[in-house]
Design a protein around this ligand. Structure first.
Ligand code: DQA
Length: 149
């Protein structure tokens, strides 16, 4: 069976393409989904790209990842900076021995003060920031590499 990777995106990322295009680019979520599917195909994995504005839903997806043994690529968006609930859920994923890569399209450290702190980074396997959509490709590659080794 082909390995599945869950690619989860947090609040306001459904507005990619229209939201601050100078920061997040002109490509929308549908394009991100298409690219991740293409990159997954190149890496020999299936990807399931999701987006929610709902913290509880995103936490539920982490429980699902643990129960189904599914590695995660996560852009927690604004949850990055304050959601201890999501951090605890992400911790359960890595505690289960599953890779969880944190991705940010922009470089939050170079932006507003409140973006400089991530509550997800301490529990993530690794973090990729500032590379646009390409960061998701690197994160998928990292997960595929970790699963091989
Ligand atoms: C983001 C950075 C966050 O600070 C912000 O709240 C987002 C997107 C990024 O991808 O660069 O919504 O995670």
């Amino acid at each position: 069976m082909t390995q599945l990777i869950m690619v989860v995106n947090g609040p306001n990322l459904g507005r990619l393409g229209v939201r601050e295009p100078d920061v997040y680019g002109h490509q929308d979520l549908a394009e991100l989904r298409r690219l991740c599917t293409q990159w997954g195909g190149e890496l020999g994995v299936d990807v399931d790209v999701r987006q929610t504005d709902d913290e509880a839903e995103m936490i539920g997806w982490m429980h699902e990842a643990v129960d189904d043994n599914t590695p995660v690529v996560m852009n927690p968006a604004a949850f990055t900076h304050y959601s201890y609930g999501l951090a605890d859920a992400a911790h359960m994923v890595t505690d289960a021995g599953l890779p969880l890569m944190e991705v940010h399209i922009s470089n939050p450290s170079a932006r507003d003060a409140f973006r400089k702190h991530s509550v997800i980074s301490p529990v993530a396997t690794g973090t990729i920031t500032g590379l646009g959509f390409f960061g998701y490709r690197l994160a998928l590659e990292a997960v595929a590499h970790l699963l091989e080794s």
